[in-house]
Design a protein around this ligand. Structure first.
Ligand SMILES: Cc1cc2nc3c(=O)[nH]c(=O)nc-3n(C[C@H](O)[C@H](O)[C@H](O)COP(=O)(O)OP(=O)(O)OC[C@H]3O[C@@H](n4cnc5c(N)ncnc54)[C@H](O)[C@@H]3O)c2cc1C
Length: 490
């Protein structure tokens, strides 16, 4: 039985391990941290359960597809609910709820623009087509051959994909109202790039987040990690935590073993799902790397984040499960992330309050509150900077909520660039990998194969299909399928 080592136990690591184990490989996952899940880890403190990373459960069929591959469904492991409203956006002059019901969403658009709902229906019809073509593409494109881009379905629909149109130009073909434009731009902004630098294809994100809706697994996002771990265990995958890989050992252009903090472990195949740049720069000798240091420096990274995990000993009435604070200049904050990286002068921020929907994540009568400010990757990070932003954001929250909050915080932990580096070996402390620009899409993403080492592969949010939980799950599957297809070659 061929032995496989997978570095990392995030979504990509668990996904690839499960598929390979099902195909008969003997798989071992090595994870540096004490707990599994990577960026989707969880921690408990003072009766609160905090998801550390993802909170938006979009593209539900990708989760379902994963479990179906193992003759299961999500219901076997966790209960999924649809949030209503899906989310709320706080603008300077008004709040807008995005309901779960389609007719009510249409009403919101009619209230803001003449024929708003008709335009929205056309926009979403187009986005749904992009979504369906996009999904088929994601599942079938390991990014290794240009022929992947010339499949019948892609060629036939090339105009529909609007590859050379930016997402903002695309939205403006339909809408003029700035609130509606902001609502439709948000899905790409928080997870990747500014709308004026993202291909129109990514309207598929708006289709998922607004038309399909926003979901939540009761117990928290980490329930998905637990479920995937169960699938792995059922297929015999061994998961070793506290096992940071420090070196990849190579003989005759083949990985023979890895050196961890306390062992040398032999293997026939290696899949690195930790941050791609870390694997290349820290674990491989220079001559075996796919990309040079300068190539990593020139890439455009998605935002990092300043996060606060708060336990609040009372209810906060005006917050929803997901509330986006777009009450400052969106353009300015976007520029301060991408064009002119610096700490934001007037930050937008996002709050997630899962205790609104789930009694499991906070003690009775209390609130589990996660605050996230998107920031450029690679900024200087210090306690003083974090605390300065904390005070400003809490003041804004208190004003908006018309309630004291700061004096009711009974648990507080901050998390930022230095933690992303320390915990995940994240290049420049990135949170979500590479930005979804045209030049970093599909075949232009870092490759899943090592070009110089026959039996080494990469998976995860820095390679195809890209950042986010659903793409990371697909990434693991793509690599496993590639290995299984090419079994005799390594
Ligand atoms: C704050 C935040 C919010 C997010 N929100 C959302 C959201 O709402 N919805 C969504 O879909 N996505 C969201 N994302 C993105 C999503 O979480 C990621 O795209 C996804 O979890 C990445 O999974 P991965 O397996 O590629 O990487 P990771 O989760 O980073 O897994 C890599 C693993 O490798 C381990 N590792 C690193 N170096 C080594 C080493 N040398 N040896 C052994 N192990 C090592 C790390 O510890 C880690 O466990 C969010 C991310 C963050 C950070």
């Amino acid at each position: 039985m061929e032995k496989v080592i997978v570095i990392g136990s995030g979504f990509a690591g668990l996904s690839t391990a499960a598929f390979l184990a099902k195909a008969g490989y003997k798989v071992k996952i090595l994870e540096k941290n004490t707990t599994t899940g990577g960026r989707a880890r969880v921690f408990k403190a003072k009766g609160y359960t905090f998801d550390m990373g993802p909170s938006w459960y979009w593209m539900p069929e990708i989760f379902e597809n994963f479990f179906n591959e193992f003759n299961h469904c999500t219901d076997d492991f966790y209960k999924l609910i649809q949030l209503d409203p899906g989310f709320k956006i706080v603008f300077r002059n008004k709040d807008m709820d995005i309901p779960s019901n389609w007719d009510e969403i249409c009403q919101v658009f009619d209230n803001h623009e003449k024929n708003g709902s008709d335009k929205l229906k056309l926009f979403m019809k187009d986005a749904e087509e992009k979504y369906n073509i996009g999904l088929e593409f994601l599942y079938n494109s390991p990014g290794l051959s240009i022929t992947e881009l010339f499949r019948k379905n892609i060629i036939k629909n090339i105009n529909k994909l609007e590859i050379l149109t930016t997402y903002r130009q695309h939205i403006k073909k339909y809408f003029t109202n700035s609130y509606l434009i902001n609502i439709l731009e948000f899905p790409v902004l928080f997870l990747g790039t500014a709308a004026n630098n993202t291909p129109a294809l990514y309207s598929l994100m708006a289709y998922s987040g607004i038309k399909q809706g926003t979901f939540y697994p009761i117990g928290g996002f980490n329930e998905v990690i637990k479920a995937m771990e169960k699938i792995c265990q059922k297929h015999g995958v061994e998961i070793a935590t506290n096992q940071e890989v420090q070196k990849i050992n190579i003989t005759n252009n083949k990985v023979t073993s890895v050196t961890t903090i306390n062992k040398i472990i032999k293997t026939d195949l290696l899949i690195g799902t930790a941050d791609y740049a870390h694997i290349e720069e820290k674990l491989l000798e220079k001559k075996y790397r796919n990309y040079s240091d300068s190539s990593w420096k020139s890439k455009k990274f998605s935002p990092s984040a300043l996060i606060f995990y708060l336990g609040v000993n009372k209810k906060i009435e005006k917050l929803d499960h997901h509330t986006l604070f777009f009450d400052e200049d969106i353009q300015k904050h976007t520029e301060e992330i991408y064009e002119n990286p610096r700490w934001p002068s007037k930050p937008l921020f996002y709050t997630c309050c899962p205790s609104k929907s789930d009694p499991n994540v906070a003690p009775d009568g209390k609130e589990n509150l996660f605050i996230l400010i998107p920031i450029a990757a690679g900024l200087e990070d210090s306690e003083t900077i974090r605390e300065g932003y904390f005070n400003r954001i809490i003041r804004r929250l208190e004003t908006y909520c018309e309630q004291n909050i700061k004096e009711n915080i009974e648990y507080k932990k901050s998390y930022c660039i230095n933690d992303f580096k320390e915990d995940y070996n994240a290049y420049k402390g990135n949170a979500y990998g590479l930005a979804n620009t045209l030049l970093q899409t599909a075949n232009l993403k870092p490759k899943i194969i090592n070009k110089k080492i026959k039996n080494m592969y990469y998976s995860g949010q820095l390679t195809v299909p890209g950042p986010g939980v659903p793409p990371s799950i697909i990434s693991g599957q793509l690599v496993a399928e590639h290995i299984i297809r090419n079994k005799k070659k390594h």
